[in-house]
Design a protein around this ligand. Structure first.
Ligand code: ARG
Length: 277
C-alpha cells in the first residue's frame, strides 16, 4: 500500500480509427499520429513527474486500441482478471495483455467462457467496493463473478447512454469518500446506489462530461484530466486537489482519454485506498 503508483501504458505507434465500435469513432475523421504521440507522452511524463513508475507494453500492428490499457484487465493486488472483449476487433489484444501480466508476476484469472468484461474500463474500486459498469461492453454477471473470486463486494451499475459505454467514461473514484460522476450516464437505481455509498459525489455537467472529464487519472491528490472541463477543475481545486489539465483530442476520437490510456498496476483499489483525506 505504500509503494509508488505503478501504471501500464502502450505507445500509440499503431493507434488509429480503423473501425467503429462506439459513437465517438468515425473512420472518415482519422487521427493525427504526431499529435497523438505528443499527447500520449505528455501524460506519460506527467505521471513520471508525479513519482509514478510507468511500464510500457510494446505496440502491435493491427491492434489500434491496444493503447487503451485500462481495458487489459482488472488488477487487484497480484491478481489480473483478464478482459473478454465484446467486439471481435479488440479480442486480439487479450493474448498480449495476458502475456505481459504473466511475465510480470501476476496471477492471470479468466472469466467463464461467454462472459464479457472490459477490465478497469468497466470495474473501479472505491475503497473495498468494486463498482462495475455493464450493458454496452461488460456483463453484470461478470462483475458478480469477479466480486466472488476476489472476495470483495461488487455493485453492478447499468450504463444507459451509449456515449458513456465504459464506467470510466462517467465515473472516477478520487479517494475513499470522493468520486466524480456524470449522472446522465446512469439510471435512477445507479444514481441512488452511488449517492447512498459515496459521501462526496461530484456531479459533472453534460457539457463537461462529453469532454471526457470523468476519465481522469488520480495520483495522490493530483488529478490529470482532459482540458475541456474548467468547472470540474475548479470544483476539485476548491476541494483541495491539484488539477493538471492535458489535451487528449486525438484519443477522444476513439472514445478514450487519460484514464483509458493507463492501467493501475498496484491495483485499481490502491488509488482510492491510499488517499484517506
Ligand atoms: N476505441 C476503444 C473502444 O471502443 C476505446 C476504449 C476506451 N477505453 C476506456 N477504458 N474507456 O473499445
Amino acid at each position: 500500500m505504500s509503494s509508488a503508483p505503478h501504471f501500464l501504458m502502450c505507445p500509440p505507434d499503431h493507434y488509429g480509427i480503423e473501425y467503429e465500435i462506439n459513437p465517438w469513432m468515425n473512420r472518415a475523421v482519422g487521427t493525427d499520429p504526431a499529435q497523438a504521440h505528443r499527447q500520449w507522452w505528455a501524460l506519460h511524463d506527467a505521471l513520471r513527474d508525479l513519482g509514478a513508475t510507468v511500464e510500457r507494453l510494446a505496440p502491435v500492428p493491427g491492434l489500434p486500441d491496444l493503447v487503451f490499457t485500462a481495458n487489459a484487465g482488472l488488477v487487484h493486488h497480484r491478481t489480473f482478471v483478464s478482459s473478454q472483449f465484446r467486439h471481435g476487433v479488440r479480442q486480439g489484444e487479450t493474448p498480449y495483455f495476458d502475456r505481459w501480466a504473466r511475465e510480470h508476476g501476476f496471477k492471470v484469472v479468466t472469466l467463464p467462457p461467454g462472459s464479457y468484461f472490459e477490465g478497469a474500463g468497466d470495474a473501479l474500486f472505491l475503497g473495498e467496493i468494486l463498482y462495475g459498469g455493464y450493458r454496452f461492453r461488460s456483463d453484470a454477471k461478470s462483475h458478480l463473478w469477479i466480486g466472488h473470486q476476489l472476495n470483495v463486494e461488487a455493485l453492478p451499475l447499468e450504463l444507459v447512454d451509449p456515449r458513456f459505454y465504459h464506467l470510466d467514461t462517467c465515473f472516477c473514484p478520487v479517494d475513499r469518500e470522493t468520486a466524480i460522476y456524470y449522472p446522465g450516464a446512469f439510471d435512477d437505481y445507479g444514481r441512488s446506489v452511488l449517492k447512498d455509498r459515496i459521501p462526496h459525489l461530484i456531479a459533472v455537467s453534460a457539457e463537461e462530461a462529453v469532454s471526457f472529464s470523468c476519465n481522469a487519472v488520480v495520483v495522490g491528490r493530483t488529478i490529470l484530466l482532459n482540458d475541456g472541463a474548467p468547472k470540474l477543475a475548479k470544483t476539485l481545486q476548491t476541494s483541495g486537489y491539484e488539477v493538471r489539465p492535458l489535451p487528449f483530442t486525438e484519443f477522444i476520437k476513439a472514445g478514450g482519454s487519460a484514464k483509458c490510456l493507463t492501467l493501475r498496476l498496484d491495483g485499481e483499489e490502491a488509488a482510492a485506498w491510499r488517499l484517506v483525506p
